[in-house]
Design a protein around this ligand. Structure first.
Ligand code: ATP
Ligand code: MG
Length: 420
């Protein structure tokens, strides 16, 4: 029975559709090194979960019972690359040598550890321990399985918390009743996995999302909450996640002005812009979520969630533009362009999505690229001294092109002569 399971694990781990052959090679190199050093070595977490679900593996999380930094140093010595050790937690990041063509190009080597939470919502204290203890510090049963990879043990599944059964039934279940109180970011993680895999919460876990655990949310740092929200927006089902988080009442615990996400905007979260503007799903997420707030609310939420000043500015720009639209409708292309030119392109695009105002699309696809043929050099050749007047003349010419008053070179030259 046990060996049948192992055969199945071996089959999955050798399936190039789940684990590309470069990653398989990397794993066996690590496994060989760990075996040579007598360190039991495992892949854990999302790796095992996604493998058992038959989904492609994203990142490799490697755990050893032993010193992960020593393992890392040996790997660097043998294969190259660079190591960033964290002596406090005995973990290391191995920046892979270019001989491994792998994304991401680094991987975490972790010493199996035990965690103790001294204060709800704060980061835990960590001590080296066994793989079993390491699995017990994790968030959900489906994330608390390991596969051993060193030597003859390659392919052995460790599942002390019955993650396999919950995976088969589609259940998100925490490991103990204090889990969400220790770390309420797990509430966000639970919502994310439930929506990603169409799983449901085990009733006992659902009951633990209550006032006691939610009251710890205000103590979470802005960075940690932002990280979880960013992860929502990076997912395919992000609308479902952000709506669900709102239904649970998480937002008022983060910031009193943080609104529910407007379900009318759900589809826009998945919109791929066909325009040549840089898009970011997370940035768009925050813009859609916060655009109807007042200026001071946006600033205050931006501070709580540790927004970069770019992000705060982009969200603010969306709110301002949306409010000014009624005054701009019907304006000439040059007036639109003047109003839009200084705003982030993505902010304009988001306002287009929710308003369907054609001028915004015209600006993004056509108007912003319109330039007069005349250059600063031409003006100098006509005997003008460089100065602010240069810019004024050029924008006057540009406005004439935008508004169709000038449609060819000759007309532009005539207008220039008139201005001069
Ligand atoms: P994803 O596909 O979302 O990356 P993952 O399982 O790889 O899923 P990570 O956030 O990369 O998730 O974390 C790796 C593993 O670390 C998880 O599988 C889980 O076992 C553990 N883990 C992560 N965050 C927590 C947490 N807040 N509390 C407990 N365990 C956690
Ligand atoms: Mg991961």
């Amino acid at each position: 029975m046990k060996s049948k399971m192992k055969d199945e694990m071996l089959r999955l781990m050798r399936d190039p559709n789940l684990l590309p052959s470069e990653k398989q090679t990397l794993l066996s190199d690590i496994a060989a090194q760990a075996a040579a050093m007598d360190m039991p070595c495992y892949v854990v977490g999302g790796f095992v979960r996604d493998l058992l679900l038959g989904k492609p593996i994203n990142d490799l999380d490697v755990i050893v019972e032993g010193d992960a930094i020593k393992l890392g140093e040996a790997l660097v010595k043998k294969h190259g690359g660079k190591l960033t050790p964290h002596t406090k937690f005995r973990t290391a990041i191995w920046h892979l040598p270019s001989s491994f063509i792998i994304h991401p190009s680094s991987l975490d080597l972790i010493t199996a550890r035990k965690e103790t939470y001294l204060m709800p919502g704060a980061l835990p204290t960590v001590t080296p321990s066994t793989i079993e203890d390491d699995l017990r510090r994790r968030d959900f049963t489906i994330n608390s399985m390991a596969i051993r990879i060193d030597g003859d043990h390659f392919g052995e599944l460790l599942d002390p918390l019955n993650g396999q059964a919950d995976l088969a039934e589609g259940l998100i279940r925490v490991l103990h009743p204090h889990s969400f109180i220790d770390d309420p970011t797990r509430i966000f993680r639970a919502i994310r996995y439930a929506a990603r895999y169409s799983f449901i919460f085990h009733p006992s876990t659902a009951n633990l999302i209550n006032s006691e655990s939610m009251d710890v949310i205000p103590r979470l740092s802005g960075q940690r909450i932002r990280h979880e929200l960013d992860l929502f927006f990076e997912e395919e089902n992000s609308a479902q996640m952000i709506l669900r988080a709102g239904e649970f009442g998480l937002f008022e615990k983060i910031h009193p002005s943080l609104p529910l996400f407007n379900p009318d905007y759900s589809d826009f979260l998945e919109m791929d812009s066909t325009l040549d503007i840089p898009t970011s799903k997370t940035e768009m997420g925050y813009m859609l979520w916060l655009m109807d707030l007042l200026e001071d609310q946006i600033m205050s939420i931006g501070q709580r969630l540790y927004f970069t000043s770019d992000l705060t500015y982009s969200v603010w720009a969306v709110s301002q533009l949306k409010k000014s639209l009624p005054f701009l409708v019907g304006a000439t292309p040059s007036v639109w362009t003047y109003a839009l030119e200084k705003l982030p392109l993505l902010s304009i695009y988001v306002v287009y999505l929710v308003s369907r105002e054609d001028a915004l699309l015209d600006f993004l696809s056509i108007w912003r690229h319109v330039k007069p043929h005349t250059t600063g050099d031409d003006l100098k050749a006509r005997g003008l001294q460089p100065g602010p007047r240069f810019g004024e003349i050029l924008s006057q010419l540009r406005a004439a092109w935008l508004d169709g008053e000038v449609t060819n070179d000759t007309q532009e030259k005539e207008l220039l002569s008139k201005i001069l």
